[in-house]
Design a protein around this ligand. Structure first.
Ligand code: ADP
Length: 476
């Protein structure tokens, strides 16, 4: 007899396709579908931002909260884009358009401490059965915005359900003044080094890392790196202490959204067996950016947040070398103003060779993955990285630094180019190696085909999450 699916509550501050600033949204949006195939029924709790409430179909109220940190709130259960959602409709905290974390001035909303404590507090209530007829067997919270979930579960009474906390990027830690403790309804007794205290502040990420039943991160290599002083960003001691209750599970990508055989956003469809469409995609991309439409010119691409983490200052440093190789570059990204400015200027100085679009553009991201010969990802650290997975799927050759998930997903000389030295020289060498490979078209095509043959779907990761959930529930 088929077993009934295991109900799991996922808690996240962003979810594709409703609200996205980065990889977290992709993971939160794709994992439920993949877990369904593994016998896990995921319901996702998300803040009721306008974009979420507008998309929610069949919504019905399942919980009312008279006062959630200064105003009323209610939980709506409904579906959107095939996802089973609990939306926390709480206008005084979430009725704001645009980026979920930043106000119109580009700075963090001043009440982010409350906005994400609210999400976590409600997650813990739901975990403890506050919604009639819905009792999750496990709560899976993501990143600092949901980090206090483990604290609210821990301090909310005896026998909380087991919890998993996934850290997608240790650099975002969510620290807030200790003076907020009474407002947040967390006990002073938990404000200690082995609780949710972090260097005298309330640590949202710390709470998740310390108090969840199990911690995961998004690649095995990143899991190793963050247990070292060099990569631990102050948490390496705690993460080493967790021993086997912390592990790395690689991300996948949604291979229905990212499918070159059916993608409606790209100029032509293609596959390993029928690769011709790729040429049309390259020509269309070159045209869009006003670059010389030449099939034989090596076209590099970047799709990225523009931040120190992503190492794109190194790329800016070696642009002359890229051009000296006779190559072209298209870049789509947004982030640090100084980097945006450098790339804008580079495009203005080298029309026909460098094309830059500053901003966020989902369709163009697909077009770049489908049209470039090689995608550059020179990250200084990279928990998993999704863009190189998209590149593999679309037959563009990833050129990556050997860190975190990049090291776990790209094989040097087989599916891509991997370099060790995280400097301009290191990247310069990798770019030159890529150009040398490109000069032998059959060899270069073999890299792309090998990449397209790799399984970058959620199938294997979802199985690992499901196995973890089952083990935690069984031993709870
Ligand atoms: P991170 O989450 O650190 O930003 P990831 O590689 O894990 O990096 O995930 C980034 C996701 O966001 C990918 O799906 C990528 O295609 C997408 N992305 C990043 N920047 C842009 C952009 N400017 N426009 C469109 N998509 C972008």
């Amino acid at each position: 007899m088929a077993q009934r699916p295991i109900p799991v509550l996922s808690v996240t501050s962003e979810i594709f396709p409703l609200v996205k600033t980065g990889g977290l949204a992709d993971v939160a949006g794709a994992l439920p579908g993949a877990l369904a195939d593994e016998g896990v029924a995921v319901t996702t709790l998300v803040p009721g931002y306008p974009a979420v409430l507008a998309a929610l179909g069949g919504a019905r109220p399942v919980l009312a909260i008279a006062d959630l940190f200064g105003g009323p709130a209610r939980l709506l259960r409904g579906t959107a884009s095939g996802l089973d959602l609990l939306a926390l409709d709480c206008p005084h905290l979430y009725a704001r358009d645009g980026n979920p974390y930043l106000g119109p001035d580009g700075r963090d909303w001043p009440d982010n401490a409350l906005r994400f404590a609210a999400l976590s507090a409600i997650a813990a209530s739901v975990g403890r059965g506050a919604v009639k007829g819905y009792q999750p067997k496990l709560v899976h919270a993501h990143d600092w915005q949901a980090g206090l979930t483990a604290a609210y579960l821990h301090h909310g009474g005896p026998k909380p359900p087991p919890s998993v906390f996934t850290v997608h990027n240790l650099a975002f830690q969510g620290q807030f003044p200790a003076s907020l403790l009474p407002v947040l309804g967390l006990p002073a007794s938990g404000f200690r080094f082995d609780g949710f205290e972090h260097h005298g502040a309330i640590g949202y990420l710390k709470a998740g890392l310390q108090l969840a039943s199990h911690v995961t991160t998004v690649s095995p290599t990143y899991a190793d790196e963050i247990r070292t002083e060099a990569g631990g960003m102050g948490f390496d001691g705690l993460l080493r202490y967790r021993g086997t209750t912390m592990s790395g599970i690689l991300n996948g990508i949604d291979t229905t959204v990212w499918n070159p055989e059916t993608d409606p956003l790209i100029a032509a469809r293609f596959s390993v067996a029928a690769p011709a469409g790729r040429k049309a995609c390259k020509a269309a991309l070159q045209q869009r950016f006003g670059l010389a439409t030449d099939r034989k010119t090596l076209l590099f691409g970047v799709v990225s947040r523009l931040s120190w983490q992503k190492g794109l200052d190194l790329l800016a440093d070696v642009l002359d070398d890229v051009l000296a190789l006779g190559a072209q570059l298209v870049l789509l990204g947004a982030g640090e103003p100084a980097l945006e400015q450098r790339f804008r200027q580079a495009a203005a100085s080298h029309p026909g060779q460098i094309g830059v679009q500053i901003g966020y553009d989902e369709a163009l991201a697909h077009q770049i993955q489908a049209g470039v010969d090689a995608l550059i990802v020179p990250s200084r650290f990279e928990p998993c990285g999704l863009t190189q997975l998209c590149a593999l799927r679309y037959g563009s050759v990833p050129v990556v630094s050997r860190v975190g998930g990049l090291a776990d997903t790209v094989e040097d000389g087989i599916t891509g180019v991997v370099f060790d030295e995280l400097t301009a020289d290191g990247l310069r060498g990798a770019v030159a190696r890529t150009a040398a490979l490109f000069a032998t078209p059959r060899r270069f095509a073999a890299l792309g085909s090998a990449g397209m043959g790799r399984d970058v779907s959620w199938r294997s990761p979802a199985r690992q999450y499901a196995d973890l959930y089952r083990a935690l529930i069984a031993t709870h």
